[in-house]
Write a new protein. Structure first.
Length: 162
C-alpha cells in the first residue's frame, strides 16, 4: 500500500485529532503494513529509543523487543525522568504512553516535536483525548497491544523516516 495521502478510508486522517475512525484506520494500517516476519528481521542497530511508560512490566517488554532488534533503550516511568533523558542525549525515536500516572506525556511529546524526533503514542484511552498543539506523533496505537507489535511499528516508522 502506498504511503501518504489517501491511505485512510475516505481520505486522510487528521493528525491532530484522533477519532474512533482514525484509530480504526491506524489499526488497519498496522495490519496491512506490518508483516511480522519481515519487520522482525529489520534491524534497529544504532538507534536510541526512549520508552516512557508508567507500568514497569510493559516498559521493559517494549525495551526487550527493541533491544532484540539492536536498539539502545532508555526507560522512563514519569514525565520528569523522560525530560531529563531527552536533555542528556540524542534519540532517534520514542514510545510515549499518554497517561503516566496522574500526568499526561504531552510535555515530552512537545519537546520531541520541537527537536524533530519522531515518536509513537500508545494509550488505553486513545478515544478519550485530543492532541494539543505541538503534539505530532507518527502514529497512535491503542492498548492493549503486544510489545512485539509495538516494536514492529517502531521498526517500520524508523526505516520509513530514515
Amino acid at each position: 500500500m502506498q504511503r501518504g495521502a489517501g491511505r485512510f478510508p475516505g481520505g486522510t486522517c487528521p493528525a491532530r485529532r484522533p477519532t474512533a475512525a482514525c484509530n480504526e484506520s491506524r489499526r488497519q494500517r498496522l495490519v496491512l503494513h506490518v508483516d511480522n516476519q519481515t519487520s522482525s528481521m529489520l534491524s534497529l542497530a544504532g538507534c536510541r529509543v526512549l520508552v516512557l511508560e508508567d507500568e514497569p512490566l510493559v516498559a521493559f517488554d517494549y525495551a526487550d523487543e527493541l533491544e532484540a532488534r539492536g536498539a539502545h533503550t532508555d526507560v522512563a516511568h514519569d514525565v520528569d525522568a523522560a525530560l531529563r533523558s531527552l536533555s542528556e542525549g540524542p534519540f532517534h525515536f520514542a514510545i510515549l504512553d499518554v497517561n503516566i500516572g496522574t500526568d499526561l506525556s504531552w510535555p515530552v511529546a512537545i519537546s520531541m516535536t520541537r527537536k524533530g524526533i519522531p515518536y509513537l503514542l500508545v494509550s488505553g484511552f486513545a478515544r478519550r483525548w485530543r492532541l494539543p498543539p505541538g503534539v505530532e506523533p507518527q502514529d497512535c496505537l491503542e492498548k492493549p497491544i503486544g510489545a512485539h507489535h509495538v516494536a514492529n511499528r517502531v521498526t517500520e516508522l524508523v526505516k520509513f523516516a530514515g
